[in-house]
Design a protein around this ligand. Structure first.
Ligand code: SAH
Ligand code: DHB
Ligand code: MG
Length: 223
């Protein structure tokens, strides 16, 4: 079925999504620079953008920038007074992202912060900024539980926390898995289930990236 999933994604890209040269160039330059092609797909980028637009997001926090592809989709949803902060460990990734974001004309809306997210997050939380409306957690999977905890700290009632790659070809159901990524995801899902301030779900996805899924957690109680 994978060929079908890919063909449908291509159909959606070609017949539905509005062409954006800066997004295409971001992917081309990321590939040319040797970055792994693990960015969200175009239809997923548009999905994230629609979530941001639907909630009128002004402040977005992304964890895992890579070449800035998802960053650009999300930044395009922001008003002029908005801001997306994106955390990235690898200086090469951050440099490619910076160039891609500049070409998209989004430099003023985007703040890429270099370093281990677990080190950057406490600093960010200490800055006393307004809560983030939307979070996109898409970095190393074993630390998703920590990233979720930090996101909750920097959220408000109504904030949305989106986490990528939580289905992992279905491996998420393997309770005995020793894969640190699966364990990270499962621990996060347990936290989401037992956290009274959030209500969440998991949406499975297929497409050019194969079989995976997003978790959506809505902060419904005072954080
Ligand atoms: N969100 C991007 C894809 C991110 S890929 C998109 O869809 O376009 C995951 C990124 O997380 C990689 O660039 C990787 O270098 C970064 N990363 C991995 N571990 C990290 C950490 N501990 N802190 C910050 N970034 C990290
Ligand atoms: C990988 C990471 C991602 O964020 C993703 O969406 C797909 C794959 C990875 O590390 O292999
Ligand atoms: Mg991902």
């Amino acid at each position: 079925m994978r060929e079908r999933w890919t063909a449908v994604d291509r159909y959606v890209e070609e017949d539905l999504l509005i062409p954006d040269l800066a997004l295409d160039a971001a992917l081309a330059d990321s590939a040319a620079a040797g970055l792994p092609a693990i960015n969200v797909s175009p239809s997923q980028g548009r999905f994230l953008q629609i979530l941001a637009q639907a909630m009128g997001a002004r402040y977005i926090l992304e964890i895992g920038t890579l070449g800035g592809y998802s960053t650009i989709w999300l930044a395009r949803a922001l008003p002029k007074s908005g801001r997306i902060i994106s955390l990235e460990l690898d200086p090469k990734h951050a440099a490619v992202a910076g160039a891609n974001i500049a070409r998209a004309g989004l430099t003023e809306l985007v703040d890429v912060r270099l370093g281990k997210a677990l080190e950057t997050l406490p600093k960010l939380a200490a800055e006393g900024r307004p809560p983030f409306d939307l979070f996109f957690i898409d970095a190393d999977k074993e630390h998703i539980p920590d990233y979720f905890t930090w996101a909750l700290k920097m959220s408000r009632r109504g904030s949305l926390i989106v986490v990528d790659n939580v289905v992992r070809k279905g491996e998420v159901i393997e309770s005995q898995s020793e894969d640190p990524n699966v364990r990270g995801v499962r621990r996060f899902i347990e936290m989401m289930a037992s956290e009274p301030r959030v209500g969440g779900t998991v949406i499975q996805t297929v497409g050019v990236k194969g079989y995976d899924g997003f978790a959506l957690a809505l902060v419904s109680g005072a954080a």
